[in-house]
Ligand binder design. Structure first.
Ligand SMILES: Cc1cc2nc3c(=O)[nH]c(=O)nc-3n(C[C@H](O)[C@H](O)[C@H](O)COP(=O)(O)OP(=O)(O)OC[C@H]3O[C@@H](n4cnc5c(N)ncnc54)[C@H](O)[C@@H]3O)c2cc1C
Length: 534
């Protein structure tokens, strides 16, 4: 080894990144102590999320913080940089990470680089999903979904309009794979149990709908287990729309590819995973946005660069099949890459990655699950018991294991918690999407937002519903909704989308702050209002 320490830098604090660091710490204990090797890990969060248990955060059957483990405790001999990676320079062997509270970017150099940045939720090509669908991948997503469910129950409890009430009490989950099925099972159990605490919500009003592109859910498992899972879900009140795909969303509906729409205020999409944009930008050979690696997990033609987990395209050395994006594979790849980095440092031969998945399991809530373990098909209570035992064993950190076991025990006797944890900051500006014909606001509504058309066309109408007379059409770059904001009176007209329209919405507080402090903006709106009200 050279005089200066050998720098091994890992990007990503998920299963792939953390297990690489853990294994390297163990294999290079002596070298790290002597200062011959420096380990670094860059991740956006200072914790690792144990995704298999994420659906249980929705129902609160395990505590919000119990599915995550602090990386510093897991990897005490690794320098942790809690930063967002902004760029990777393969020629100069360096990585730039975002500035924290300071103003300077953090630049890190490496001799060996492990890419473990996972994939991202991508709603590209499906209008309205980015604005209205809730993703389900990170801890924040599970928390946001739980809050949304409680909020809709709160609103439904006092809502008189039957149409709005129906939309509030309809919950749609898109995607019948593992995360979709597990999420819909937990959501369904939670919303029906929580509804008992709301005086004016009858559990019979609640609809939970799973939209699935195939004919049987859980296509990753044998069809008999998928059928068992869907029968259980349907028995518990989940409606399943088979052979149906989500095509888009508006603020009050899920849009289906067959032209159907489901009025809802809670849409969860577990379907599309896109490549991590940072990884996709690298000048490396890619397969569907994932970095192609050889059988030792090294990136060809780039000595010292390695990739593991969901961001890597890996073929199993024994079967030749592409490895699926699962935590099981990411952890085994991480252990293999760590051994191969050590072998490279010591001039020893590297090993090819080979791993046969031990099985697949999906939890269905209320003491039921499905599993295929060592080729055996198991369903019901035994599968559920296996699911809990195996994942509890796999959950990193003894303290987390104790917390989760306690949560599960208490959950057997205590009612579900319906406290809403509001973590959102007030939004100043947001993007919205409207379908052709969709009303953006009605005459007489309270005016809380100013809108700017960024794409499409909208029409302004005066009068109520069928008698409404068109006043004008507005297109890209034009704004509407300013009169009610400036005059603090209800909306003086109705605005409806003519074509599919994307708009930028600025909330009342942000608008008034700008209006009060920016004189040119104030005079612009005053003359616009004068023209429009003439
Ligand atoms: C709801 C759900 C349930 C699942 N259940 C199971 C299951 O039961 N069994 C199973 O085997 N698999 C399951 N999976 C899949 C499994 O979680 C993934 O395959 C696994 O997490 C992949 O690990 P990874 O390290 O490659 O990526 P990830 O775990 O996604 O980690 C990527 C890391 O990189 C960080 N990162 C990304 N971009 C940047 C950036 N620019 N700067 C800094 N940091 C960045 C992220 O914050 C994250 O820490 C589930 C997934 C989900 C979403």
């Amino acid at each position: 080894m050279s005089q200066r320490p050998t720098r091994i830098l890992i990007l990503g604090g998920g299963f792939g990144g953390v297990y690489t660091a853990l294994t390297l710490e163990r294999l290079l204990k002596r070298e790290i102590r002597r200062g011959e090797v420096e380990l670094g890990l860059v991740s956006r969060e200072n914790y690792m999320v144990f995704q298999p248990m994420l659906p249980e955060v929705i129902s609160g059957s395990i505590g919000i913080l119990d599915t995550i483990t602090p990386i510093r405790r897991l990897c005490p001999n690794t320098n942790l940089y809690t930063r967002t990676v902004e760029s990777i320079d393969l020629d100069h062997r360096s990585v730039s990470a975002a500035a924290g509270f300071g103003s300077r970017q953090c630049r890190l150099h490496y001799d060996h680089l492990v890419l473990a940045l996972g994939n991202v939720t991508s709603f590209a090509g499906q209008p309205g999903l980015a604005e209205y669908a809730l993703p389900f991948k990170y801890l924040g997503d599970a928390l946001a979904l739980r809050n949304r469910i409680i909020q809709t129950l709160e609103e439904a409890d006092i809502e008189q309009d039957p149409e709005i009430r129906r939309a509030l009490l309809t919950f749609v989950v898109a995607g019948g794979g593992f995360s979709g099925v597990e999420a819909v099972a937990e959501l369904n159990d939670f919303v029906r149990a929580a509804a008992r605490s709301f005086r004016n919500v009858d559990a019979r009003e609640i609809r939970v709908i799973l939209v699935h592109g195939g004919g049987v859910v859980l296509p990753e498992l044998p069809a008999s287990l998928g059928t068992f899972a869907q029968d259980i879900l349907m028995k518990r009140g989940v409606e399943i729309r088979f052979n149906t795909r989500l095509a888009g969303a508006t603020g009050d509906a899920a849009l289906l590819h067959d032209g159907g729409r489901i009025a809802t205020r809670t849409l969860v999409s577990t379907v599309p995973s896109g490549p991590n944009p940072l990884v996709a930008m690298l000048p490396l050979k890619m397969e569907r946005g994932r970095v192609v690696v050889d059988e030792t997990l090294a990136v060809p033609d780039h000595p010292g660069v390695w990739a593991v987990g969901d961001c890597a395209a890996i073929r199993d050395a024994t079967t030749g099949e592409p490895c699926p994006p699962t935590a099981q594979h990411a952890t085994r790849e991480a252990q293999c890459v760590a051994r191969n980095i050590v072998a490279t440092l010591r001039g020893a031969p590297r090993r090819a990655f080979a791993f046969t998945a031990l099985g697949k399991m999906g939890a269905l809530g209320r003491r039921s699950a499905v599993a295929e373990v060592f080729g055996l098909k198991i369903s019901g209570f035994l599968a559920w018991w296996l699911w809990r035992t195996i994942y509890l064993m796999k959950l990193p950190g003894l303290d987390r294991k104790i917390r989760v076991a306690t949560d599960w025990t208490l959950d057997l006797i205590l009612p579900p918690d319906i406290v809403q944890l509001e973590t959102r900051r007030a939004l100043g500006v947001r993007r919205e999407y409207f379908e052709p014909g969709q009303v953006i606001f009605r005459e007489g509504d309270r005016g809380d937002w100013l809108y700017v058309v960024s794409e499409g066309e909208v029409e302004v109408l005066r009068g109520r519903d069928d008698d409404a007379a068109p006043l004008r059409r507005l297109g890209r770059g034009e704004c509407f909704g300013e009169i009610a904001l400036v005059s603090d009176r209800p909306r003086s007209a109705t605005v409806r989308a003519v074509t599919a329209s994307n708009v930028l919405a600025v909330d009342r507080e942000a608008f008034q702050a700008l209006f009060a402090t920016l004189p040119p903006l104030k005079s612009f709106f005053e003359s616009l209002i004068a023209t429009r009200t003439r």
